[in-house]
Design a protein around this ligand. Structure first.
Ligand code: DC
Length: 234
């Protein structure tokens, strides 16, 4: 007999700043699934490295980052006000500190360190062991859960992405220019796609969502049709 309540894994990969987290969070809330933002985990390691002398003047000392790894315990706690989990490092809430331009400028280099990926991928696999998760990142459908039942690959025009991130950061009072944000977006696309370990790429069985001109509601409508089709025979 088929089990219509069987929970699946939904992998949401794609370029930076194209609204993956917002969308993945909305899907999770709609389906009653757990949302996991894996980019936040790479950012948390980067923040810790910045605060503990493993990144100085923008230079990432890979060996120093690796030495710090055993001292970093990442946990998530659900925050009802946000409708999502906040990220903690060694018990300290770091949610508000991981999205600065300083962290953004170094995170691609930190996320390309094999030992960092090994540790975080193992944690992510453990978090999704019981299914019922929407996980967003760069390598979820290709490396973390190659057997995910539903894979999305999100993309949007780099100019649209830069404008969105600019609006988000300036609304929080950060002093940034649109040019530096666009530069960071393009540099991270390049770094994410060209790194040797787990580069960003579309899984063969992923469905592409270009949301350059779509609202979150339109994306949700599109997704729910896809979800219904994919789970109708479960
Ligand atoms: O999604 P984000 O922009 O917050 O991710 C931050 C960085 O972490 C991004 O530049 C690439 C990296 N990342 C990764 O390499 N693998 C993941 N699964 C998630 C993020």
């Amino acid at each position: 007999m088929s089990d219509t309540n069987r929970k699946i894994i939904i992998a949401v990969d794609g370029f930076s700043s194209c609204g993956k987290s917002t969308f993945a969070k909305a899907i999770a809330a709609r389906l009653g699934y757990i949302f996991i933002d894996t980019g936040a985990m790479y950012r948390a390691v980067t923040l810790y490295a910045l605060e503990n002398g493993a990144i100085v003047s923008g230079i990432v000392d890979e060996e120093a980052v690796c030495r710090l790894l055993d001292r970093i315990a990442i946990t998530f706690r659900f925050n009802p006000a946000r409708g999502a989990s906040d990220i903690y490092v060694n018990g300290d809430l770091v949610e508000g500190k991981i999205r600065t331009i300083e962290v953004s400028n170094c995170v691609s280099r930190v996320s390309a360190i094999p030992a960092v990926r090994k540790k975080l991928v193992a944690m992510q696999q453990e978090m999704g062991r019981r299914r019922g998760v929407v996980m967003d990142g760069r390598d979820i459908g290709t490396v973390v859960f190659p057997d995910a039942e539903l894979k999305l690959f999100m993309t949007a025009d780099p100019k649209v992405r830069a404008q969105r991130r600019y609006d988000e950061l300036t609304a929080k009072g950060q002093q940034v220019t649109l040019e530096e944000i666009e530069c960071n977006v393009r540099a991270r696309d390049e770094a994410d796609m060209s790194r040797t370990i787990s580069p960003l790429r579309q899984a063969d069985d992923a469905v592409v969502l270009d949301n350059s001109r779509m609202t979150v509601d339109e994306q949700m409508e599109w997704f729910m049709k896809l979800f219904a089709e994919r789970t109708k025979n479960e």
